[in-house]
Design a protein around this ligand. Structure first.
Ligand SMILES: [Zn+2]
Length: 226
């Protein structure tokens, strides 16, 4: 089946709106006489039970619904289906993670430089051709797709290159050797990599309180049970 622009637009909007069902814990519903399902992987009864779904007509759900069904947003989204594809954006995000791992904290300068490196890396590698074998045959891989619930074929692309780093280093050295460039800013020692202090949203209670809590949960013995 070939998708027409109108079909893509309707599909995009209906998937977007389907999230309003999903967040209520409703994964199957009827609309205009048709049965719809949400596109999340299905949940076990236990998972369905334990997730904290929003309640219909709660302030949180009403706020979300106002945003999700905003007319301007929906119109923009219709336009976007016609020319925007997220594959390249996803590829960029994964390159970003290489330079800016989420668990580390970086200062502003470092963050900017790392983002710039990610952009250079991405631009150098975006739009690679499908790889070929020695005999000139196109190369494919055959993963199992959870989304379609079946085995699929996907192209294998040519290897990425990091050659932009060498170009960059050469240009840095050239600039360093250029007597017409005068450096006025003093070199500041950058912050080292700093691990986040913690990921807790609330302050840690007193130590003694934590020990007391533990005792009440595990009994008072202080030796290892095994
Ligand atoms: Zn769902």
């Amino acid at each position: 089946m070939r998708w027409t622009p109108g079909m893509l637009q309707r599909l995009c909007i209906s998937r977007w709106l389907s999230l309003l069902h999903h967040v209520l814990g409703v994964h199957r519903w009827e609309q205009n006489g048709l049965e719809h399902t949400c596109h999340q992987p299905s949940l076990s009864d236990d998972e369905q039970e334990r997730k904290r779904w929003l309640a219909l007509d709660s302030p949180a759900f009403n706020a979300l619904r106002t945003i999700v069904t905003n007319k301007n947003l929906l119109n923009d989204m219709k336009q976007m289906t016609l020319f925007k594809h997220t594959g390249t954006l996803e590829a960029f995000h994964s390159v970003m993670l290489k330079y800016v791992p989420k668990r580390l904290h970086f200062g502003y300068d470092s963050m900017r430089a790392r983002t710039q490196l990610a952009v250079l890396d991405h631009n150098k590698n975006v739009g690679r051709q499908q790889a070929t074998t020695k005999d000139g045959e196109l190369r494919w891989k055959y993963p199992y797709s959870r989304q379609s619930g079946d085995w699929v074929s996907k192209p294998i692309y040519e290897k990425t290159t990091q050659s932009f780093r060498k170009d960059l280093m050469e240009r840095v050295l050239e600039m360093r050797d250029d007597p017409t460039i005068v450096y006025t800013e003093r070199y500041k020692t950058p912050h080292g990599r700093r691990l986040l202090q913690n990921i807790a949203p609330v302050q840690r209670p007193e130590k003694s309180l934590l020990v007391a809590r533990r005792s009440s949960r595990f009994g008072s013995h202080r030796t290892k049970p095994y």
